[in-house]
Design a protein around this ligand. Structure first.
Ligand code: NAP
Ligand code: COA
Length: 260
C-alpha cells in the first residue's frame, strides 16, 4: 500500500503502549515496530504480553513488555520506569486499554460502572501521569484512544460514554499543563473497526454489523492500520504543532446519521 510515511520513520524512538496486546492497539504496536521504534507493551495477561513481544521481535522489531493492570498506579509506574530504563526517554505513549460491555445503567452494579471508568479514565490518567518523569522533553507525544461515545450518547453505554468523555477532557487539560514543556497530548477517536473485541461486543451479529455500517457516513468499517497511521502522524515531527486535539478516524460516525 502506498504510504506517506518514510521507511523507519520511528527509528530511535522509544514507545510505551498500554493495552497493546490485541485489536486496534496491537495494530499500533506492529506499525511502530515496523517503522523501527523500540516498543514496550503492557496489558493484564502475561501470556498475551509474551506473545505480542515474540511477534514483534519475530518480524524484526525491538520489543519488551510486562503484565500490568492500568488501574494499579504503582504497577504502571514500575512498568514505565522499566521501559525507560531499557529503551531510554519515552518519545510516544499510548493510553489504549479499555473495557466495554453493553448494559443499561439500571442493569449494572455500581462496581460495573466503576470498573469501566477505572480502566478507561483512571487508566489513561495513570499511564500519562506515571510516564511524565520519563518523557523526552521537549518532543514527547501522548495519545489516548477515545471513542464516539465521548461525544454522542448511546443506550447501553452510559459507563463508556461517561469514561471516554472524561478521557477527552483529560487530554485537553494535560495538553495545557504539559505544553510549556514541549509535551503534546492528543486523542484519536476510532470509528467501528473490523475484527475487534469492541465490535464483537457491540455488534455481535451480521445484522448488527450492517446496522452499525448504516450509521457511518462512509458506510464501511475501519481497520487497525487506519488508527496506527494516525498514531504515526501524531508521534511524528509533522504534528509538532498539534496538541489538545481529538483526531477522528471514524468514517464520519461521530457526525451521527444526519436524519430528522
Ligand atoms: P481489545 O482488543 O479488547 O483491546 C484492549 C486491550 O487493552 C487489550 O490488550 C487488553 O489486554 C488491554 N486491557 C484491558 N483492560 C486492561 C487493564 N485493566 N489494564 C491493562 N490492559 C488492559 O479492544 P479493541 O476493540 O481493539 O479496542 C481498543 C481501544 O479502541 C479501546 O480504547 C476502545 O475503547 C477503542 N475503540 C474501539 C473501537 C472498536 O471498534 N473496536 C471503536 C472506538 C474506540 P488484557 O486483556 O491482557 O488486559
Ligand atoms: N453487564 C452488567 N455488568 C457487568 C457485565 C455485563 N455484561 N460484565 C461485567 N459486569 C460487571 C460485573 O458484574 C462486576 O460487577 P459486580 O462485582 O457488582 O458483579 C463488574 O462489572 C466488574 O466485572 P469483573 O469481571 O470483575 O471485571 P474485570 O476487571 O475482570 O473485567 C471488564 C473488566 C468487565 C470490562 C471485562 O469485560 C474486560 O476485561 N474487558 C476488556 C476487553 C474489552 O472490554 N474490550 C473492548 C474494548 S472496546
Amino acid at each position: 500500500m502506498a504510504t506517506i510515511f518514510k521507511p523507519d520513520c520511528m527509528a530511535d524512538r522509544s514507545v510505551f503502549l498500554a493495552g497493546a496486546t490485541s485489536g486496534i492497539n496491537l495494530g499500533i504496536a506492529e506499525r511502530f515496530a515496523e517503522e523501527g521504534a523500540r516498543v514496550f507493551v503492557i496489558s493484564r495477561d502475561a501470556e498475551k504480553v509474551a506473545r505480542t513481544v515474540d511477534t514483534l521481535k519475530a518480524s524484526g522489531g525491538q520489543a519488551a513488555g510486562t503484565a500490568c493492570d492500568v488501574r494499579d498506579y504503582d504497577a504502571v509506574d514500575a512498568a514505565v520506569k522499566d521501559a525507560a530504563d531499557q529503551f531510554g526517554p519515552l518519545d510516544f505513549v499510548l493510553a489504549g486499554a479499555a473495557g466495554n460491555f453493553p448494559a443499561a445503567a439500571i442493569d449494572m452494579s455500581a462496581n460495573g460502572f466503576r470498573t469501566v471508568v477505572d480502566i478507561d479514565l483512571m487508566g489513561t490518567y495513570n499511564v500519562f501521569r506515571a510516564s511524565h518523569p520519563h518523557l523526552r522533553k521537549p518532543g514527547a507525544s501522548l495519545v489516548a484512544i477515545t471513542a464516539p461515545q465521548a461525544e454522542r450518547p448511546y443506550v447501553m453505554q452510559s459507563h463508556v460514554c461517561a469514561a471516554k468523555a472524561g478521557v477527552n477532557m483529560l487530554v485537553k487539560c494535560l495538553a495545557l499543563e504539559w505544553g510549556p514543556e514541549g509535551v503534546r497530548v492528543n486523542a484519536i477517536s476510532p470509528g467501528p473497526i473490523e475484527g475487534t473485541e469492541g465490535m464483537k461486543r457491540l455488534a455481535p451479529t451480521p445484522e448488527a454489523e450492517a446496522a452499525v455500517k448504516a450509521n457511518v457516513a462512509l458506510r464501511a468499517l475501519g481497520a487497525p492500520r487506519d488508527i496506527a497511521d494516525g498514531c504515526l502522524y501524531l508521534a511524528g515531527d509533522e504534528a509538532r504543532y498539534v496538541t489538545g486535539t481529538i483526531l477522528y478516524i471514524d468514517g464520519g460516525v461521530v457526525l451521527g446519521n444526519g436524519r430528522f
